[in-house]
Design a protein around this ligand. Structure first.
Ligand code: FES
Ligand code: FE2
Length: 453
């Protein structure tokens, strides 16, 4: 082998061989952690309705081992897995009319955690009576909604209203609940939604075309911070059209984007909505779940993707069950985020202007966590009781041919005008807002007058 002279070359491996630190505040969500306390102020989906039956199912959420089950009266229970008697797993419990019975010594618990029976003990003993009065199995409230089961794992005196997003009621949409597991920390998965540039590279170039063709085009990126709603828009020129695609995060973990397959920039589209309505939920520090509805219909993705594989491709660009070699050939989101390791070394990142969305939302979460430590409760998505939360994740494709001006500046201004118009209609009633946005977009396209932009 040829001898090489390395003395005048710079290799810096040795100088960089120690692993940078992780951002503990953001990444750790187990009970007792500041981040875990923050997340325990919100409703989160914890399972699919279809996964719940009279056979108890073990789940782990925010580092807590839980069991979810259906009583024979069809009431859902979500309780700590360990029986408070001698900690046998309630995953082996038997469900009944009134709750779940531990397999070991037959104690019976209601869905609210009340100890109803301790059959091996003398029912008249003071000890048994006192225990029933004073102690309960840890249990959490649940709400089943449209195929997802939500729970609130925080202190009961702080329980918020279950939020009502406009995305819950888009006319004509067919929804399919799905669950995708990731072997990495929740922040890694959440970051991708505030990273509109990765769609051009990961989903449009590195792995070929994973979504529609226009994704490969790198557009003009802008970020918007509105209370706890964060938006990243990517505005692309596709021939005579301008395509505005908007990714959305509402803290702490509600996410939407544009369509995965229905929009490619070549056909006009007016306020098409997200391919998914999704939450990223920590399982523990090394795992998380995307629990979501995939949305199909005229303003969602094509109905032929309404199956398990379709949901996986909408979620990650690829199906999940593949060999390592297949994943190397065509990595999707799962490979990009899991490849960083269970918890990425945040302090070793070099964040750039296109990572601004990530910087601003992480900064805000850190701030909210610290405020909560000082006793200030974090804001909910709904500003007032009963309010429908307006969302802005979408695709709009307008026919606006090039003009005799700098096109990148021009498409950026169109992107901004579309966002501004959406925001201005935020207070409109849910029944009217989408129609008005669509009307305004059509008007904007037809007028050809963009000099105010
Ligand atoms: S361990 Fe559950 S009843 Fe004894
Ligand atoms: Fe992605």
């Amino acid at each position: 082998m040829k001898n090489s002279n390395f003395s005048n070359k710079i290799f810096s491996g040795y100088n960089q061989n120690s692993l940078p630190n992780i951002d503990e505040l953001l990444a750790k969500t187990n009970p007792g952690t500041p981040g875990g306390e923050y997340l325990r102020r919100y409703w989160h989906p914890v399972a699919l309705t279809s996964e719940i039956s009279e056979t108890p199912k073990e789940i782990r959420i925010l580092g807590e081992d839980l069991v979810v089950f259906l009583t024979s009266k069809k009431e859902i229970g979500l309780v700590h897995k360990a029986c408070p008697h001698r900690r046998a797993s309630l995953a082996f419990g038997k469900t009944e009319d009134r709750g779940i019975r531990c397999c070991y010594h037959g104690w019976l618990f209601s869905t609210t955690g009340e100890i109803l029976e301790t059959p091996g003990e003398d029912p008249n003993s003071t000890q048994a009576q006192n225990l029933k009065k004073k102690f309960r199995l840890g249990a959490y409230p649940v709400i089943e909604f449209n195929g997802l089961v939500f729970s609130y794992l925080g202190p009961m005196d702080k329980i918020p209203e279950f939020p009502n997003y406009d995305a819950f009621q888009i006319p004509g949409n067919t929804t399919r609940p799905y669950r995708i597991e990731y072997n990495c920390n929740w922040i890694q998965v959440l970051d991708a939604i505030m990273d509109p540039v990765h769609t051009s590279f990961l989903h449009g170039q590195s792995s070929g075309i994973q979504f529609s063709k226009g994704f490969a085009e790198v557009g003009e990126i802008d970020f918007f911070e509105r209370g706890i709603q964060y938006l990243g828009s990517n505005t692309r020129r596709i021939n005579d059209n301008i395509w505005v695609r908007v990714n959305e995060l509402i803290l702490p973990n509600f996410t939407q984007a544009g369509a995965a397959f229905a929009a490619d920039g070549t056909k006009t589209r007016y306020f098409g909505r997200s391919s998914f309505t999704r939450w990223v939920v920590p399982v523990d520090d090394h795992h998380c779940l995307a629990l979501a509805w995939a949305n199909f219909g005229d303003r969602g993705d094509p109905i032929e993707y309404n199956n398990k594989e379709g949901c996986e491709r909408i979620e990650s660009g690829e199906i999940m069950d593949r060999t390592f070699e297949e994943k190397q050939k065509s990595p999707g989101d799962a490979e990009a985020v899991e490849g960083m390791g269970y918890i990425t070394a945040h302090k070793g990142e070099h964040l750039m202007p296109t990572d601004q969305g990530i910087m601003i939302y992480r900064r805000r979460i850190r701030k909210l966590i610290k405020s909560l430590q000082e006793g200030k409760e974090p804001p909910q998505p709904q500003k007032k009781k009963g309010e429908v939360v307006k969302t802005n994740g979408q695709d709009t494709i307008l026919r606006i041919p090039k003009r005799n001006i700098n096109d990148r500046k021009f498409i950026k201004s169109i992107g901004n005008a579309v966002m501004k118009m959406q925001f201005e209609l935020d207070d409109m009633l849910i029944e009217n807002r989408d129609d008005q946005i669509i009307k305004n977009l059509l008007k904007m396209e037809k007028s050809g007058n963009f000099k105010d932009l």
